[in-house]
Ligand binder design. Sequence first.
Ligand SMILES: Cc1cc2nc3c(=O)[nH]c(=O)nc-3n(C[C@H](O)[C@H](O)[C@H](O)COP(=O)(O)OP(=O)(O)OC[C@H]3O[C@@H](n4cnc5c(N)ncnc54)[C@H](O)[C@@H]3O)c2cc1C
Ligand code: SF4
Length: 241
Amino acid sequence: ALAQAVLAGASGQLRNMATVGGNLLQRTRCGYFTDVSRPCNKRVPGSGCSAVTGEHHQHAVLGASDHCVAVHPSDMGVALTALDAVVAYETGEGPGEKPITDFYLPVGDTPHRETALPPGALITHLILPPPPAGARSRYRKVRERASYAFAIGSVAARLTVEDGRVAEARLALGAVASRPWRAHAAEAVLTGAPADGATFAAAADAELAAARPLPRNGYKVPLMRNLVVSVLTELAEEATR
Ligand SMILES: Cc1cc2nc3c(=O)[nH]c(=O)nc-3n(C[C@H](O)[C@H](O)[C@H](O)COP(=O)(O)OP(=O)(O)OC[C@H]3O[C@@H](n4cnc5c(N)ncnc54)[C@H](O)[C@@H]3O)c2cc1C
Ligand code: SF4
């Protein structure tokens, strides 16, 4: 999943230059964030959010607030979130670590504060716990053109199937929230259940029950449902082959 996520990002030239720390800390691609003629709470706290009533077809459907509906653009961060990565860093006071699920802050009313990285900290490496025996993983990205485009939706999943049932599931969704979105509600439905299409659809529905689409990004809800079901079905088929 991690290799597929890295390869799905940007272009070959960009990937050869870009770094792991820089990819995780890249800012949103919301057009109003870089358009200094328009209000943007992330750029100028308290100024307003132009996207809520403006162009938002690529924006968030999960975990957003009235203050900001932007999504995080990283592909790699989605896979790392599914795989329980830990971000390790150095500060002037010494080293520190944060699970990636705590690394990105909820958007709330402070969209300008994106991570829990202490000021001045330098990300030095990531720690990836070993996967369970027999686990299979995958990253699938949907974009508006076939290459060199940010996701409009993505899924990173790791599935372990034993005797036809899901022994372990890890799932994260991309391009739907201000941070790579760990799908805890879906994982709870999956764990211990039969590894079949009905379970996968129920898991997707459980996660997406919290979706609050805007007028022009409602398509993301069925898109993500189909992506989750499709990726989990593929992994389950591979596991029983
Ligand atoms: C046209 C284009 C298309 C792209 N498409 C995608 C895509 O589809 N998917 C995707 O995931 N990404 C995409 N990217 C992002 C790209 O993959 C890089 O991750 C991104 O440009 C960051 O590059 P960088 O590593 O040079 O970081 P920089 O731009 O150098 O750094 C970004 C920020 O992180 C800080 N930083 C960097 N390293 C560290 C560190 N170790 N510790 C602490 N702070 C640090 C920097 O100070 C800066 O604030 C795209 C970028 C472009 C320009
Ligand atoms: S969605 Fe966030 S980044 Fe975009 S305009 Fe609103 S506050 Fe700014």
